[in-house]
Write a protein that binds this ligand. Sequence first.
Ligand code: ADP
Ligand code: MG
Length: 567
Amino acid sequence: MWRYRRGLALGMGSLVVKDIVGAALPLVIRAGVDSLTSGFRLALVFQLAALLVGLSLLKGIFQYWMRVILIGISRDVEFDLRNDLFSHLITLSSDFYAKYRTGDIMARSTNDLNAVRMMLGPGIMYWTETMFTAILSIGVMLSVNWQLTLICLVPAPLVSLVVILFGRRIHDRFEAIQKMFSDISSRVQENLSGVRVIRAYAQEDAETRKFELLNQDYVEQNIGLAKLSALFMPLLQALIGMGFLIVLLFGGYQLLQHRLSLGSFLMFNTYMGMLVWPMIALGWVVNLMQRGTASWERIMELMREKPAVVGRESRPSQDVKGELRFLNVEMQYPAGAALKNVKLTIPAGETVAIVGHTGSGKSTLVSLIPRLIDPTGGEVLLDGVNLRDLDPQWLRRQIGFVPQETFLFSATLAENIAWGVDSATEAQIERAAELAGLAPDIAGFPAGYRTMIGERGLTLSGGQKQRVAIARAILRDPRILVLDDALSSVDTLTEERILNGLTDVMRGRTTVLISHRVSTVRGARRIFVLEHGEIVEQGTHAQLVASGGYYADLYQKQLLEEELEAI
Ligand code: ADP
Ligand code: MG
């Protein structure tokens, strides 16, 4: 909010002027009534009326500016907060996204953000207004008749007590409700993402029932909060009503005793009336503040998360050659070790391959190259420099990475291929698609490269998705290309074509191929066999086949499969 200190000062200034003018109104009433009781003059009535109207108008104008400025600032703060949150979320690593569900994150960045805005805008505004009005009114009342004022304020400690007691319970309730809202959002998000599975297993009714149960809980919790608020507000009003009663009783008594003028009596009543709204607002503000702080805590929980991979500013001045070295690399996941003592060198400009069973650690191994994760032991070097000493953003720009699970945005095909490269020309996009073996497919699409894909467009087959991802990686013209099982959904013929194309593009650049298919890797200069997170064999295709280990086995099996298919 410090960024908006000038606007804040202006808004608060308007608030102060508005409150001072407002507090002066009962004084005019008192002066008017007292002067009229000593003799009625129409001219005086008009003068007083004009003064009242003028003051009210002035009050209205400043009230308008107070609201416009202060509520406006809360929108600006909301804007900043949302941007900060998003730019923070986007830096966080995969372990964060494993910990928080998408729906939960969405709930925090919408519902909770709104609660925080309500606290910072209306919350702070009404809080200050209430305090200021109370101080001014009570100050004037004290100066006119301090005994009566003190008696009027007897219910005040009770008001504080009620506010504190209810405030804490509202806070806890609201925190629980926001958590439940996160659960509901997550549930909806997961169900919508997995809607095909749900339908395939005919689980619509079961899921609907589970959702209803969750929703029921949410409603009950909210009704609980409503009950709490419903008790809170009337209780406050009753206490305020007591203040009125006291003015009527003691003020009336003093009036009859001629110790209080009629004007002062009316003034006291007007002040009590003026205090009613701030008191009610106080209840509402306490509500807002409690909700706001509960939500603030939930947002800060996300903001406190640190990216696991930290950036350094350093980036080598000379061009990247692309030699990768893994020195005794270990990767320990909570569930166990995925990589153990991996030692391997990928010379600059060479094409190497990694094969192994599913779960042997292939994806983990290549995730280390663009620093999607950092190893828990050992180090990975690029041209002899520890990756930890490199700026991850710079590093990732040198790498074309095709992950095992491709992700396409809901945009056109061309946009998906050119994603992240703003300067890409049409010719470059088409060439990338050609190399990725995607061009024949695109020719068959209704709108060609302008075909919308993703959520509201054409749904691509697994193999087509993979090839879009490959085209995307090629278009970046990277020094290092990593394909994590990126040809698994492509038939062997297309695979061969793509691999041939890649050999041309990647001449003199480092390529890492991952596959469980011998056909993909046999052309690689060097093949590493991974088992249970360890490199167990390495060599060329011919060497490995000759040595008769895991790779030779795999080769024999796949040869047999091919023969069977041919029949
Ligand atoms: P591959 O790509 O060879 O199939 P992975 O590298 O994906 O193997 O996985 C290797 C092992 O590490 C597996 O046992 C898997 O369960 C585990 N693993 C992979 N990713 C994670 C992760 N993000 N958190 C925890 N364990 C993981
Ligand atoms: Mg994998």
